[in-house]
Design a protein around this ligand. Structure first.
Ligand SMILES: [Fe+2]
Length: 388
């Protein structure tokens, strides 16, 4: 996040002696991105963060591809993904390409016996159901329904849930996730026409500092495999840090919609950007107010991007048959649009209560075996007359 943040205690000058009360040195770590060109943070640890004791095992969590080259529009019933106790095991990849993986998860239990670190990808976790605390080595963030959690690659974290009823929509991105550049000025400050501003960005507020030694299991993801690594020092042992590289939260309910006299294009809903996909938030808003406006979207050909829409809540005007937790996939190359009847039905409507998250990927998505388990195989014919 291009926003300076400082938490805990740090020395006045970087890379200088910073000592504990007993006279020994804290261990400094520079945590950089994009080589030394991206955002970074400087953290100070009770112990050296390098103390690997053992690499126990290594196993694949690569998505299993069912359809590599896909031209079929799909609806996936996301809430049919079965809940599982363990957080990592509950994560089911449904769509993937070389830039990103879209995952559904219904974890029932908090991570109590291991830490997790994804070195492959930034993670964007949308909280559809559930609440709790994201605990990280750079501080904690509370989360609840409607929150996006942005966890840059390499953050060590634990998900702590308040209860067993959780539904998460996750995007793993091999490209860094940023807020849209066009909403920031030269200095990185969010501009007046941005649909959100710095006050809406929640930064880590609570630092857990443990000075324990022992055996600490960290599951580290790299190259679509998990490495079970045992560390000799507690991974949450930071006494302070500052910089720009840290996890943060943003609520979809704090996204201020941009509306107009005629139908506004998807970029007005944009919330995050990468150079491989965009993420948009469709939130409750007033419809277009031209006297002859058509609130339903026009048919559109996203000729060079796959469009994934995750339906969160409310009434979805352009579709006849979607429920919360559904995902629609409209692949690049062919047009899609409102279902029969929904254009006329939309005329005269003043507002919508829909809440949805859209991911548009610039490379085609492959459909996984997990996705086919929850797929509606007839959805692609749903624009035919008489089908609805
Ligand atoms: Fe669309």
């Amino acid at each position: 996040m291009p926003l300076y943040h400082k938490l805990g205690k740090i020395p006045p000058k970087r890379h200088t002696q910073f000592r504990k009360e007993d006279g020994s040195l804290y261990s400094e770590q520079l945590f950089g991105t994009i080589g030394f060109d991206g955002m970074y943070s400087n953290s100070y640890h009770e112990q050296r963060p390098t103390q690997v004791k053992e690499i126990k095992k290594q196993y694949s969590v690569a998505p299993k591809i069912a359809k590599k080259n896909n031209m079929q529009s799909y609806r996936f019933r996301g809430f049919q993904v079965a809940p599982e106790k363990d957080y990592l095991e509950s994560r089911k990849a449904v769509l993937t390409n070389s830039d990103c993986t879209i995952i559904l998860a219904a974890p029932q239990e908090s991570q109590d016996h291991y830490f997790y670190k994804n070195t492959d990808a930034d993670e964007l976790i949308f909280i559809h159901k559930g609440s709790g605390k994201l605990r990280t080595h750079l501080g904690n963030l509370d989360f609840k329904y409607g929150d996006y959690l942005v966890i840059p690659r390499g953050m060590i974290y634990k998900m702590q849930f308040d209860d067993a009823d959780n539904r998460l929509f996750i995007v793993e991105s091999r490209r860094p996730i940023y807020t849209p550049k066009r909403y920031r000025n030269w200095f990185g400050q969010l501009l007046e026409h941005s649909p959100f501003c710095e006050r809406d960005i929640r930064k880590p507020y609570e630092l857990e500092t443990n000075d324990e030694s022992g055996e600490f299991l960290m599951k580290v993801k790299k190259g679509d495999e998990i490495f079970d690594m045992v560390y000799a020092s507690h991974p949450f042992d930071v006494v302070g840090y500052d910089g720009y590289n840290y996890p943060y939260a943003f609520s979809i309910h704090d996204f201020e919609p941009i509306t107009g006299r005629i139908h506004q294009p998807p970029p007005v809903h944009q919330t995050f950007e990468t150079d491989a996909f965009v993420v948009c938030s469709f939130v409750p808003r007033l419809y277009d107010y031209h006297p002859k406006s058509i609130p339903a979207p026009y048919n559109h050909s996203n000729i060079d991007s796959d469009e994934v829409l995750y339906y969160v809540d409310g009434d979805f005007m352009s579709r006849n048959d979607v429920d919360a937790g559904h995902i629609s996939l409209h692949p690049a190359g062919i047009p899609h649009g409102p279902h029969p009847g929904s254009v006329e039905r939309s005329i005269g409507k003043v507002r919508t209560d829909e809440l949805a998250v859209m991911v548009d990927t610039f490379k085609p998505l492959m459909v996984t075996e997990e996705a086919l388990k929850i797929a509606d195989e007839t959805y692609y014919q749903s624009w035919l007359d008489g089908k609805h």
